[in-house]
Design a protein around this ligand. Structure first.
Ligand SMILES: [Zn+2]
Length: 481
């Protein structure tokens, strides 16, 4: 009956039921496919993007805000910088021309130091029971260690992918990502890091640092197992950097053994070295930095073409006198040493009993002592750094207050600390704020079109408040939409 009624109204019930069955089967198959499919589609499959030939009508750092410029790009580099030709025939619907309409263009951003494997632990539902109560270093180590015992490929990829996506959105084109290697996680974090490095290779350069966060010489077996794992990791294809954390060893002798062993690994494998060093504010303890420089010099690092050495945290150095800084500059000499300050984490984690905080005085180290230094995010969403996001500029912004760097020059140094100086600290080519022909076409474009007088017109304004809406260009190609 119903069939006749529906047929009279132009509806074929059999056909409708067959269609419903088909949709049901299709949905089942799709669900099955989602369950069994491997990685998600590559970004480039979804948003094909050819190289940009020109970016027209940009504001540039160090140029009067009233002037606009056209950047020509060839082979991933700046080919020409000309005054903006407002009547250019290129403007319009040419997909290789990006119309900037007065937005500020600056060199892209860089994470000189970010932990890829332990990001978003406080937000991910899988680790929801592991929340901060005390907020101290011991608790952060305990919570992270409990989380690590649950790490699996799916959550490592999910969290890491999120961090990289958000970072690209903020203007990042290159990062040094730490992935831990130890008896608990073995190569899980490293494998996930290497997978993500490959997945994002067209959009972001990811340097993978195989990292011993746990002691290499303390513990029940004297560190034998972790050293075996680190040795194997150092030989893995795709591992770019070797790193360790001497301060976690149980005594000073073992800290030095840690530095000797890991520096030897870096030198023999011809890879850069990254140490997380002197992460305390205890004035009674001799800073490890002096031993590190002595050990590295003893290896004839420069003569043997040793790669770059990057030293993170180093909060103990905040108690240095002017003489100590001067001595540091002299002892470094020709060694390719850079420091990375991590104020987001340091200010949360590091305080003396009397409440004094400490983070490396990075602008002063650069301007007063001529040291190579940068600042970085370090951790996102974990017990070491619960606050903040994946935006390197947010650290520069915090730096305005922490280092009292509100002037034009002060803000520009802070921008360099998350851009050119950060890239240099991890051994990458780095364009300065004076963009020039031949520089890499790796940029960040601030704001959306038509935000009027609120648009960022200078680096200083971008450091004060970087805003949320940006476009990123790497190698002359858009990596965000
Ligand atoms: Zn770190």
């Amino acid at each position: 009956m119903a069939g006749e009624y529906l047929a009279a109204n132009g509806i074929d019930l059999d056909a409708e039921m067959a269609k419903t069955q088909f949709e049901h089967d299709f949905a089942n198959k799709a669900a099955q496919h989602i369950k069994t499919r491997a990685p998600p589609p590559q970004y480039s499959d979804v948003y094909p993007s050819g190289p940009l030939r020109k970016i027209v009508g940009v504001r540039l750092p160090h140029k009067p805000p009233s002037t606009l410029w056209d950047i020509s790009i060839a082979d991933g580099k700046i080919f020409a910088i000309d005054s903006h030709a407002s009547n250019s025939h290129d403007i319009g619907h040419n997909p290789s021309v990006l119309v900037a309409s007065g937005r500020l263009l600056a060199p892209s951003l860089c994470h000189a130091h970010i932990h890829l494997d332990k990001c978003f632990l406080l937000q991910d539902p899988k680790f929801a029971d592991l929340q901060i109560e005390d907020g101290d270093f011991e608790e952060a180590m305990t919570l992270t260690s409990k989380s690590k015992s649950r790490f699996e490929e799916d959550d490592l990829l999910r969290r890491g992918r999120q961090l990289i996506e958000e970072s690209i959105h903020f203007g990042v084109t290159v990062m040094r990502a730490f992935v831990e290697v130890d008896e608990e996680v073995e190569f899980k974090c490293l494998d996930a890091g290497l997978t993500l490095k490959k997945e994002f290779e067209k959009r972001c350069e990811i340097q993978i640092c195989a990292f011993a966060q746990l002691p290499l010489f303390s513990g029940d077996d004297g560190g034998e197992e972790i050293r075996k794992l680190m040795t194997a990791a150092a030989h893995r294809e795709g591992v770019d950097v070797i790193g360790s954390t001497p301060y976690v060893e149980e005594d000073e002798v073992k800290m030095k053994m840690n530095v000797r062993w890991i520096s030897m690994m870096a030198l023999f494998n011809n890879k850069p070295l990254d140490l997380h060093l002197d992460y305390h504010l205890d004035q009674s303890r001799e800073p490890m930095i002096w031993s590190v420089l002595e050990i590295i010099k003893g290896r004839n690092w420069v003569e043997r073409n040793g790669k770059s050495i990057t030293l993170g945290h180093c909060t103990r150095l905040t108690q240095f006198s002017a003489d100590d800084w001067q001595r540091l500059k002299e002892e470094i000499g020709e060694l390719p040493v850079s420091f990375v300050g991590l104020p987001m984490s340091d200010l949360f984690m590091m305080r003396t009993e009397s409440g004094v905080r400490g983070t490396l005085p990075v602008p002063e180290m650069i301007e007063k002592y001529g040291l190579n230094a940068a600042i970085a995010v370090n951790n996102v969403g974990n017990a070491f750094t619960p606050q903040g996001n994946c935006d390197p500029l947010s650290v520069a912004s915090l730096g305005v207050a922490v280092y009292h760097a509100g002037s034009n020059k002060g803000a520009e140094v802070l921008y360099e600390c998350v851009s050119s100086r950060a890239k240099a600290a991890i051994g990458c080519p780095a364009a300065s704020l004076n963009l020039a022909v031949g520089d890499e076409a790796d940029f960040v474009l601030f704001d959306r079109i038509n935000v009027g007088w609120r648009c960022r017109k200078s680096i200083k304004e971008a450091v004060y408040d970087g805003g949320q809406s940006r476009q990123t260009i790497r190698n002359g190609k858009l990596t965000t939409y």
